[in-house]
Structures are given as C-alpha cells and as structure tokens.
Design a binder for this molecule. Sequence first.
Ligand SMILES: [Zn+2]
Length: 102
Amino acid sequence: MIICNKCGSPNEDSARFCAKCRKKIQSSWSPPPETAAFRPLDSFRPSRLSGAQRREFARMVEAWVYALILLFSAVACQLKGQWWPMWVVLAVVGLAALVRLR
Ligand SMILES: [Zn+2]
C-alpha cells in the first residue's frame, strides 16, 4: 500500500495517481530502514556480550570470590592464633575451584 504524500489517502501499490486527489504518487518512496545509524550502539550494551564472554566474566568473579574467602580465612586464623580452620577452608575452596573453574 502506498500513502499519498499530498492527501494521505491509501492507494494500491500499483497506482500511479492518487485515487482521491489525483496527484502523481511517488512510488519510489518507502519507509527508511529501521534507524540503521543507531545499530552500532547496540554493541556497547552489556547484554550484547556473547555467551563465552559472560562465562569468562563469571569465572573471573568466582575466582576472586575464592581468593577473598581464602584471604578472609587467613586473617581470621591469624587473629585467633589457630590455623587448623584454614586447612578446612583451603580444602573446601580448593575443591570448589577445581570443580567450578576447570
Ligand atoms: Zn492524494
């Protein structure tokens, strides 16, 4: 369907003149392609990260969490003067890291 750009009446695609106002229809006119100029901006959104990138990021965060747990445990053990809980934490975190970050 073509909209007459003079009177706004709808016309058949094949019509060369508007059925209402008889103005010549410029059939070459078509809606502009969906704001192609704004498309590149999409690539900057975090949601556009690929699955692999997101998994990599999640692994990095997880590794940091393990490291922080170890650090916190070490500090706690140092303060308490008891080091046996450190080995428990080390075993648990080490096992989790081995399973999760492999
Ligand atoms: Zn018209």
